[in-house]
Design a protein around this ligand. Structure first.
Ligand SMILES: [Zn+2]
Length: 79
C-alpha cells in the first residue's frame, strides 16, 4: 500500500510537470511566432475611378464600374 501511494504521488507529480511544460512551450511558441493581426507587408493599391487617387483596396468603396476613394466620388461617377 505504501508503494501504491508513492506511485500515485509520482504519477501526479509527472503529470503536473508535463502540463506546465506544455503550457510553457505553447507560450514560448506564441512569442516566437506571433500571429499577425494585420499584416505589415505590401498592400494592394487601386486607383479611384473618378479622381484617379491611388489608395489601399481596404480603404476604397466598391462601385458598379470600379472602386472609389469615397461614396461621394462613387455617386458623382455613377449618376
Ligand atoms: Zn476619388
Amino acid at each position: 500500500m505504501k508503494y501504491f501511494v508513492l506511485l500515485v504521488v509520482a504519477v501526479v507529480f509527472i503529470w503536473h510537470w508535463r502540463s506546465n511544460r506544455r503550457a510553457e512551450l505553447a507560450a514560448r511558441q506564441r512569442k516566437v511566432h506571433p500571429s499577425p493581426a494585420r499584416s505589415a507587408g505590401p498592400v494592394d493599391m487601386v486607383q479611384c475611378a473618378h479622381c484617379h487617387l491611388h489608395l489601399a483596396v481596404a480603404d476604397t468603396v466598391a462601385g458598379g464600374t470600379g472602386r472609389y476613394c469615397s461614396p461621394e466620388h462613387r455617386a458623382l461617377a455613377e449618376n
